[in-house]
Design a protein around this ligand. Sequence first.
Ligand code: PMP
Length: 397
Amino acid sequence: MFEHIQAAPADPILGLNDAFRNETNPNKINLGVGVFKDENGATPILKAVKQAEERLVANEKTKSYLSIEGTEAYRAAVQTLLLGADHEIIAKQRAHTAQTPGGTGALRVAAEFIKKHMPDATVWVSNPTWANHQSIFQSVGLEVGSYAYYDAASKSLDFEAMLASLSQVPAGDVVLFHGCCHNPTGIDPTTSQWQQLAKLCSKQGFLPLFDFAYQGFGVGLDEDAQGLRTFLQQVPEMLIANSFSKNFGLYNERVGAITAVCETAEQAEAVFSQVKRCIRTNYSNPPAHGAAVVTEVLTDPQLRSLWEMELQAMRTRIHEMRGLFVATLRAKGVEQDFSFISQQQGMFSFSGLTPEHVAQLKQEYGIYIVGSGRINVAGMTKDNMEPLCDAIAAVLK
Ligand code: PMP
């Protein structure tokens, strides 16, 4: 039965991690997979998370199933974080949220929901986008198209081209936006650009799907939600797939959520009942631990302020590394202008390094970067900055 099955190609990003593990160069540097690293190159458990876990373990009374959508407290805490406290959408019960296994789980549930209820919709993703987006939607049989986003020559958002592509998207299609910290480019629309995009969405009648995997990694928790909140002033419906992998460092606990915003509370009930059906036939109900941690931290004032401080420290470290990277390259005599890197948001930057540069960095220096030239800035430390920039300067010569 299995004779005809060929091996699948390695995942472009996770495969790089496996290769890095086997790399024998003692000075190897991993700027590939998107996990936060501290100044020692470790991905630590946040103190707020540890404290919440201690409480949870002490008080846990059962391992019985959660409901399909997860706990009430988690779902409410997620909505408040996404929309802001006292948002009228919450008051009017126009949104329903279900806990999912990570942001990927949320996107997969969204994909199945779209396929079932909007089967002819094409899902439009930015060019470029996170490598998994296209596969997730294609795996349920949806068509995926791409809209203009990045201008390689100016290393910035090509907003005119983005508007031009999106004005071709027909009513009933779905457009995926990165809520903040665009992966892989690190370039987000400005507030006024979000307003124009929302206006276009309302005019064209497409459904916005926000992938929100980095809330708090850009400017701040509320600031990073400006894109989706701006949209919600102009459009009545939206899907939001959010993740707590990065901002809580809960990568392997798989915590995220899918939120459907609808025009009325009645519609929200109906839509949510269908979202729950997608979950039931997929993984039935979500894992409990990570979501319980997030709920504890978000709702306990002391843990919440500790978490916000730790989140700010992660954000600040990445900003500092961006500045140091640009300055060190300049000090090494690199002629190309890398100053755009200090203007980008979140963990990633599109470095402009070519596939040839990327291959050479890997082979000769043990420096691992995704083939597209995307670098995880959080992989940089004060200690590896000099050898990293020496190597980049050498391959650019
Ligand atoms: N969306 C984007 C844009 C991401 O970068 C990631 C994580 N790399 C995800 C979704 C998925 O996050 P999770 O690990 O929570 O599934």
